[in-house]
Design a binder for this molecule. Sequence first.
Ligand code: NAD
Length: 335
Amino acid sequence: MRVAIFGARSYDRHHLGAANERHGHELVFFDAGLDITTAPLARGAGAVCAFVNDRLDAEVLAALKEHGVGLVALRCAGFNNVDLAAAEALGLPVVRVPAYSPHAVAEFTVGLLLALDRKIHRAWARTREDNFTLDGLVGRNLHGRVVGVVGTGRIGALVAKILKCGFGCKVLAADPQPNAEVESMGVRYVPREELLATAEIVTLHCPLTPGTRHLIDADMLERARPGMVLVNTSRGALVDTPALIEALKSRRLGGVALDVYEQEGDLFFRDLSGEIMEDDVFARLTSFPNVLVTGHQAFLTEEALDAIAETTLASISAAERGEKLEHRLSADLMR
Ligand code: NAD
């Protein structure tokens, strides 16, 4: 099948290309992300392959359908950028990669927390300039600290395990569907409000849905334990960024480590180093010494990319054979 791959980076070309030796599709890679202006590039393709910041709203989905596309294959787990109700109404199936390597994201989350808390990124900037002073680099032990994990599915459960069993943290969790394996490690489930008021470190691992949008807002931040460190490697819009900035300015928060940002679609996965930063909120956010931001790279390991490529192409092969799609998304997930 001809597959139009949007927002393709070098690692996508490499891993999808290698996996395709087993599937034999005609892969057409486009640097451009998918939106209403680029949707015509999919003309003649049986499937499109899209990523986290591609725009798959009702208008784009209708355009894809009109151009003859019969399948949308997301090469990611999150699907908040897709209007699933519109896709269902159009009879356009959408598949994703529900689990490729939760270890990739969980390990990165802990790495980001350590880097922020022990100021490793700042130390690296200093030693590159032969400045070996340690003033201002005092951190905190992770051992014994209270960590709150919001969402204990595949990724959150691993983060809880690494922090509890590896570092000896006291771990609390909040999830409407408690995970028995997590509970058996001695992690206590508490209401989200209690978690926020108690935890010294809060890490977010729930999906972005209408119900979780701005889960961390001004009200929640007001109730957070003073000095709380927030880590978000899930989805940017779980956090109200202007409210976060106010909490940082008032010194209420101890630090923030983010791999995702609400308006990342205008910034991430591109080299904007020679450009004027248009996003004032992002510019303010990255101006704080206790904020560390990476550009949505928690998934980016060889193992994860191999798994993503294989699952994505296997779904496309299954669609071509007219088989039932194992990883098809239902519009019910958005409710
Ligand atoms: P998962 O579906 O296995 O787990 C999500 C958990 O969140 C579930 O247990 C669910 O019950 C829980 N949840 C739902 N609503 C909640 C709420 N209001 N409060 C607390 N918990 C709630 O998903 P996963 O594989 O662990 O992935 C989690 C998220 O990580 C994804 O939705 C995606 O947005 C993000 N992600 C980010 C990257 C990255 O590169 N930064 C990569 C993969 C996934």
